[in-house]
Design a protein. Sequence first.
Length: 327
Amino acid sequence: MENKNKIFFIIIGIVIGSAMMMFGMLIFQGNNNDELLNQQSGLSDEHNENDNLGGVIILSDSVITELGIKTDIVGPKLLQAHVDLTGEIVVDPDKLAHIVPRFAGIVKKVYKKIGDKVSKDEVVAVIESNESLVTYNVESSIDGVVLDLHMTPGEFIGDDEHVVTVVDLSTVWAELNIYQEELNNIKVGQNVDVFFDGVDITARAKIFYISPTVDVHTRTGKARVQLNNSKSIWKPGMFINAKVYTEIETVDQAVSLTAIHNFEGQKVVFVRDGLGFRAQPVTIGKTNTIYVQILTGLNIGQIYLSDGAFVIKSELLKESFGGDHGH
């Protein structure tokens, strides 16, 4: 009987041992499968207990290439700050001629109409003097285009009437509206890019005048730039936009504007960490349309994602929601 009990306990031990070995093999195989899956996808995550913005997301070189992800290095950059303004194309008053007849009389002939080009000293109309009955020519005083015309044959014209207005539009002004808070930043001599929506045309000019007063109704000042208009692109009355470049400064640390992301209520840049990237909180300073100054959070020489960080951001968001990483 004693021998039978020994045999029984031996058999139980063998069964339990075999079961534990099989269970261990299944766990080991599962871990290997997870590692293999991560290696094949090129994406995995490592968690750092000291990092409250998620772990390190591993990106293989093949994934970086396939997704068009771009990297850059933190370093000094030239920042050119600008102010966005709106405005209007206006006629240069020095290029506008209001022509008045020398004597009152009857209009005998009109040679031009609105929109016609005229040259300096070209005859626009002929008037017969009301006193001497002698005819004389009404001539343009400048090269330009007939902007306005107030006479027809047979009409009586006084000697104090503006019968013809001629404008030279080879150059025009862009008159810009300066908001009160920007008045101290806008100065004569600053470069300005003038453009209008819907057309890929930009003109570069310099501010030559700033009004000494502010409009009491709009609370804006005026700045003027002169534009070359030899191709007749800029039409008086046209609404335009402008970028006034107010200052140029070299900052010690800057990254691409596209590298700044909002994540978990903070501004972050995704920086290289070993074989992967992690979200690094930063404090930003001055900015323009290309670069952003970094005040705290990064060091010169660090590699960061300048474009395409949406992949990493989506992975970290999965972590924050407890999602599976089936990469």
